[in-house]
Design a protein around this ligand. Structure first.
Ligand code: NAP
Ligand code: F7E
Length: 324
């Protein structure tokens, strides 16, 4: 049987890099869409770059999507590309809407025109639940987004459902709660903390400046989550699935644990900084992954404690090698 072919938008991001590795391990032919930049940063994909085909395109440009689909004829498209940083979405609300919301329609419409049999995965987000209507959040929980990013993801989710219902497309939405790794961008709170811990431990910094320590998140490990994305597209029918651990922890707890990994007391180093508070906050997220467990046989395999230790250890190693 010929190998399956998958197109990943956002292959240079955290999830894109793990998903590409996972699909390669299953003998897929992987096409990765990258956008033009004056400096190319392939940090997360350098170790397997020679095993994937990189093609140029942008979610802002439907023609580029259509051309890629017609030329490469993938069986599956994973739409992971987005302006994904919530804080930035207040400063760049229109750009966030263009990419994170309308970008989804561009991909779906390009698929509809090139080959509506292509299976489609949309990277939806727990940020859609925002000011939560119920605890824990599940597929049926109403949305109440609290940022331009969250609003854009609600659009992306519903346009995916709409193309499924309008055109019978195999279009699936994975509603993923926060998932982290040593490849997480440095601006997100988990990686900001673990990188800060490593720099303090190695004597490069003497403080870490953070915003709201009371926010609570359901944090899992990114490599566990990309496997479930693949499982979703192997189902006979498209659907919506929550992926989460079912546990929630505050930013304060994350700090306490991360500093303790290197035997430091977090209270001596963490300072509050108004710049990192948000105009509207999502106070508490905790997901119910029972549908994914029942239909996909998926369960997260990495505990909160192991995730924090993994990220701190990786950052200490990087800092010691002079890499961060
Ligand atoms: P990430 O590390 O920020 O990666 C985002 C990717 O999107 C990068 O490859 C980026 O390319 C690409 N991109 C941005 N704008 C683009 C555009 N206009 N055209 C083409 N590519 C573009 O994000 P992530 O954490 O891997 O998340 C993957 C997806 O899941 C995102 O859609 C995110 O919103 C969603 N999500 C993430 C989480 C989470 O906890 N990580 C949870 C729920 C949903 P460059 O490298 O060129 O910037
Ligand atoms: O913030 C608080 C902040 O930026 C988590 C994205 O992947 O997950 C991510 O969005 C919490 C917030 O992630 C700082 O106020 C405190 O309550 O790590 P974050 P996020 O906003 O939850 C969802 C599911 C996505 O879909 C997104 O793409 O931490 N916080 N102090 C801080 N956050 C940051 N970034 N920096 C601080 O200094």
């Amino acid at each position: 049987m010929p190998a399956k072919k998958a197109l990943i938008t956002g292959i240079t991001g955290q999830d894109g890099s793990y998903l590409a590795e996972y699909l390669l391990s299953m003998d897929y032919e992987v096409i990765g869409m990258i956008r033009r930049s004056s400096t190319m940063s392939f940090e997360r994909i350098a170790h397997f770059q020679d095993r994937v085909t990189l093609v140029s395109g942008d979610l802002a440009d439907e023609v580029s999507m259509l051309t890629i689909l017609k030329e490469h004829r993938p069986n599956e498209v994973y739409n992971l590309a987005a302006q994904s940083f919530v804080q930035t979405s207040w400063g760049q609300p229109v750009f966030t809407g263009e990419t994170t919301a309308l970008g989804v329609t561009r991909v779906l419409d390009a698929i509809r025109m090139a080959d509506p049999e292509i299976r489609f995965y949309q990277a939806s987000s727990s940020e859609m639940f925002g000011k939560v209507h119920e605890v824990p959040q599940r597929e049926t929980t109403p949305f109440y987004p609290r940022s331009p990013y969250g609003v854009a993801k609600v659009y992306g989710h519903w346009i995916t459902v709409n193309y499924r219902e309008s055109y019978g497309m195999h279009a699936t939405s994975g509603i993923l709660f926060n998932h982290e790794s040593p490849r997480r961008g440095l601006e997100f709170v988990t990686r900001k903390i673990t990188n800060g811990v490593a720099r303090i431990k190695c004597g490069l910094d003497d403080a870490l400046y953070l915003g709201n320590l009371d926010a609570q998140r359901d944090w899992g490990y990114a490599a566990d989550y990309v496997e479930a994305m693949w499982r979703m597209l192997q189902q006979d029918s498209p659907n919506d699935y929550v992926l989460a651990t079912g546990e929630t922890h505050s930013v304060r707890e994350f700090c306490e644990l991360a500093f303790s990994v290197v035997d430091l007391d977090w209270e001596k180093y963490v300072r509050r900084d108004e710049r990192f508070f948000r105009p509207a906050e999502v106070d508490l997220l905790v997901g119910d992954p029972s549908k994914a467990a029942a239909l996909l046989g998926w369960r997260p395999s990495t505990s909160f404690e192991d995730l924090v230790a993994m990220m701190v250890t990786a950052d200490v190693d990087r800092v010691r090698k002079g890499l961060v």
